[in-house]
Design a protein around this ligand. Structure first.
Ligand SMILES: [Zn+2]
Ligand SMILES: [Zn+2]
Ligand SMILES: [Zn+2]
Length: 313
């Protein structure tokens, strides 16, 4: 069978199951394995629902309006160099973006505990960045990329300005990407990285870098974005591996059907973002009827949803 030319940083396994998002998790130990662009969704059309806008007196759905408001506040904070306003609106922006564009984020964000930890990390990261002259850096960037940006041709496709992929675009990307590299390197050196809610590995550093490129998926035609991914050397490569047998198991948290590879210990449910133990039976809470992993109940002896005492079978 064909598998991605990618090994798990924790256990060395191949990725054998198909992906549900751009975030790749190991089918044997549930570790984060990496990020790829193949399933990057443009969810902006859904979030900016034109039909809703026109039928609601030119207003966006409530969450989209909150998102717009947060971006405006971020821009204002940047202008006035207001650290606290920037932090609060940035966190709000991320929080709403995860709701209206969930496909852009790791499925783990669907787990409330993980999401809260991740937002806490983001706040700490931006406090580090701001202390390191983030506002000035952004001003500097605007100047730094202006000349290259001016040379990019755009065309209006379906009412949206799209960049044209040509030599000038590549020159611009060279500059932007050099900055992304610097920035990704700094990100993993700030003290805030200790709050990152996942084990640090090359897979995470690589993802941070690739996330800098992801927004261009919305500014380029799909075939042009593919060219960009290739230009940067981020295209998915495959290798031939012996066939792997998988058996179905329902997620202990959301009941979605998971494929468990033979020999797997843990598997990440990409529907709800929770880690499942291979071969484990789910426990049901007699009080609220929620189902969850016995490991989770065993460590706390409590239903993670309502707090009732549960007995591990
Ligand atoms: Zn693994
Ligand atoms: Zn699930
Ligand atoms: Zn319960």
């Amino acid at each position: 069978m064909l598998a991605r030319k990618l090994k798990c940083v924790t256990c060395g396994a191949n990725k054998v199951n198909e992906l549900k998002s751009s975030y790749i998790f190991c089918d044997y130990c549930a570790s984060f394995m990496g990020y790829e662009f193949s399933l990057l969704e443009d969810e902006t059309k859904k979030a900016f629902d034109m039909e809703y806008f026109l039928s609601h007196n030119n207003t966006w759905p409530p969450e989209t309006a909150e998102y717009m408001d947060a971006t405006q506040k971020m821009a204002a904070a940047m202008q006035s160099k207001d650290t606290e306003l920037f932090i609060s609106s940035f966190i709000k922006y991320q929080d709403v973006a995860m709701k209206i564009m969930p496909g852009n984020y790791s499925p783990k964000m669907k787990n409330a505990t993980y999401k809260a930890a991740y937002l806490k990390y983001l706040e700490a990261l931006f406090r580090d960045k701001l202390a390191d002259g983030y506002f000035e850096e952004m001003e500097e960037n605007n100047k730094r990329f202006a000349a290259a940006q001016e040379k990019i041709k755009t065309e209006i496709i379906a009412g949206k300005p799209m960049m044209t992929y040509d030599e000038n675009f590549e020159k611009y990307i060279d500059e932007v990407f050099a900055y992304c590299r610097e920035s990704a390197q700094k990100t993993v050196q700030y003290p805030s990285i200790n709050l990152y809610p996942e084990e640090m590995s090359n897979a995470v550093t690589d993802m941070i870098l690739k996330q800098g490129v992801a927004p261009y998926a919305r500014m380029l035609k799909p075939e042009d974005f593919e060219k960009l991914v290739k230009y940067l050397g981020f295209q998915t490569e495959y290798i031939e591996i012996p066939d792997v047998k998988t058996i179905p198991q329902n997620c202990a948290f959301c009941a979605a059907e998971l494929k468990i590879a033979e020999g797997a210990k843990f598997v990440m449910c990409e529907y709800c973002g929770n880690k499942n133990q291979a071969g484990a039976k789910a426990i049901s809470c007699v009080n609220c009827a929620a189902t969850f992993d016995p490991d989770e109940a065993g460590s706390r002896n409590k239903c993670p949803y309502c707090g009732s005492l549960v007995q591990a079978l």
